[in-house]
Design a binder for this molecule. Structure first.
Ligand code: HEM
Length: 207
């Protein structure tokens, strides 16, 4: 029998997520050269340092609004923690041991919730620090230094998360990418990764 599919993301959700993904990639590629002189050869992709900085600024503004919209519209699902989350962390979501007993999760597992909240916090920090480092000459030296430090710290944290997120979103969680491309997941997928969410969807007649 053909698998049944359940809507997980609307077209608007997916458009915002793709905007976040594309702008983030541009920010990473342009940001590496700004972060570390030895990586400034990457500016060549954009036709030089000046262009790279301009693209970093434009992508940064678009990323800020898209990431805020995405984070805030999923806040209900990323901020609900209960005993199952402690149990999930204990077994590391079963990623390191396939035989581990992973507790049933809602729409997102504990790792996804932590990532979602991290996106919200780092986006806010990126936004606030950008206001200062956009033209650092207008700020005090201390404020500019703290802003550059926090901006770089969030950059390093988010690049590490991004690598893990892409891996899990493509290869690590089989068929998960369908949620991002088509906006739907199979009932079998939902049973395995989001059983409590599936129950809720069934109760509300959406599955
Ligand atoms: C090409 C790049 C990307 C791919 C392939 C990708 C893949 C995915 C997939 C498949 C999901 C759905 C997971 C689910 O519903 O269970 C998802 C959700 C999500 N994505 Fe992405 N994503 C990408 C870029 C990004 C970026 C750059 C950010 C933020 C900086 C981001 C933030 C999120 C968040 C907060 C969620 C919801 C919570 C979670 O699943 O972790 N994504 N992504």
């Amino acid at each position: 029998m053909a698998d049944k599919y359940i809507q997980r993301y609307s077209a608007a959700d997916r458009a915002v997520h793709w905007t976040v993904a594309v702008t983030f990639l541009l920010l990473v590629l342009t940001g590496f050269g700004l972060y570390e002189k030895n990586l400034s050869f990457l500016f060549a992709i954009f036709g030089g340092g000046e262009n790279a900085i301009l693209i970093h600024k434009i992508a940064g503004v678009v990323f800020f609004f898209a990431a805020m919209i995405f984070s805030l519209s999923h806040l209900k699902d990323t901020t609900h923690f209960d005993d199952n989350d402690a149990a999930w962390i204990k077994v590391m979501g079963g990623y390191l041991n396939k035989k581990a007993k992973v507790p049933p999760m809602g729409k997102y597992n504990t790792g996804q919730k932590i990532f979602g909240l991290c996106v919200l916090v780092t986006t806010l920090v990126f936004g606030l620090t950008s206001l200062v480092i956009w033209s650092p000459a207008n700020a005090s030296q201390g404020l500019a230094q703290v802003s550059f430090f926090l901006h770089s710290l969030c950059f390093v944290v988010m690049v590490a998360f991004f690598v893990a997120h892409i891996y899990l979103g493509t290869i690590g969680v089989k068929d998960g990418l369908r949620a991002m491309t088509e906006g739907r997941v199979s009932e079998g997928w939902a049973k395995k990764y989001s059983p409590k969410w599936l129950e809720e969807m069934k109760k509300s007649g959406k599955a």
